[in-house]
Write a protein that binds this ligand. Structure first.
Ligand SMILES: Cc1cc2nc3c(=O)[nH]c(=O)nc-3n(C[C@H](O)[C@H](O)[C@H](O)COP(=O)(O)O)c2cc1C
Length: 220
């Protein structure tokens, strides 16, 4: 099968963190979320162990618990960001990331679905044996696949981690056992408008080394 590269590349280069364009009023059918999870389970995992679970939170009260945890760690985080922006001589008021992140923090409880990818078990300590890298590498591709599957169905997502300092509280409310690790919280909603564009990123030639560290020129 020939892929339509204009479609696949568009998907891969325009799946942005959607915060201000989440449609808070339009319910997201559970079947659509299941489709995204179904696609995410095709992601690679070391030993094909698939030690992931998705806890989908669409109950208003429980979304409130997650959002409350998020906001408590967002407040000091964004204060530090504002200070850093001001110190660099820029205006925090007109900073688009601060602006959109603050919006998301404020409305998080109203986002139709908060998807919490979880791992069975705990990450191994960082060591030189690759176990930690294998653990994370066996989980996070599935999370990104969920985001891509969502985008191709008209759903916006934003990968967030700020509720995790209060993961225990959220675990208590959602009945997550202490043998399970929450990996993120992915607010998911239909997006309004669809003019997402590739973001400014470092050039591939700059971040690609050929055969030796920092050898960026294929011809040399
Ligand atoms: C591991 C990880 C954690 C993140 N945590 C948050 C978060 O807690 N809140 C938030 O608003 N965005 C969060 N983001 C989204 C990033 O800010 C976003 O991906 C980045 O600014 C690039 O923007 P783009 O995805 O629209 O290109 C996170 C992204 C990743 C990959």
């Amino acid at each position: 099968m020939d892929f339509d590269l204009s479609q696949t590349d568009h998907l891969l280069t325009t799946t942005r963190a959607v915060r201000k364009r989440l449609d808070l009023a339009r319910p997201v059918p559970r079947e659509l979320i299941l489709d995204c999870v179904r696609i995410s389970t095709q992601a690679p995992a070391g030993g094909n162990h698939q030690r992931w679970r998705w806890l989908i939170v669409d109950d208003p009260e429980l979304k409130g618990v997650v959002a409350d945890a998020y906001r408590r760690s967002y407040a000091p985080y964004i204060e530090a960001q504002r200070a850093a922006v001001a110190e660099a001589g820029n205006s925090a008021e007109s900073n688009p990331i601060i602006d959109s992140s603050t919006h998301l923090a404020e409305v998080l409880h109203d986002v139709p679905v908060l998807a919490i990818p979880c791992a069975l078990g705990a990450p191994p300590p960082v060591a030189s044996d690759g176990a930690s890298e294998g653990w994370w590498g066996s989980l996070l591709p599935a999370v990104w696949s969920y985001c891509l599957a969502a985008r191709s169905r008209g759903l916006g997502t934003a990968w967030t981690t700020l509720h995790l300092p209060f993961a225990d509280e959220v675990a208590g409310a959602l009945g997550i056992p202490d043998t399970v690790t929450q990996l993120a919280c992915i607010p998911t909603a239909f997006h309004t408008g669809d003019d997402f564009r590739p973001a400014r990123r470092r050039a591939a030639e700059e971040v690609t080394y050929w055969n030796a560290w920092k050898a960026t020129d294929a011809g040399s």
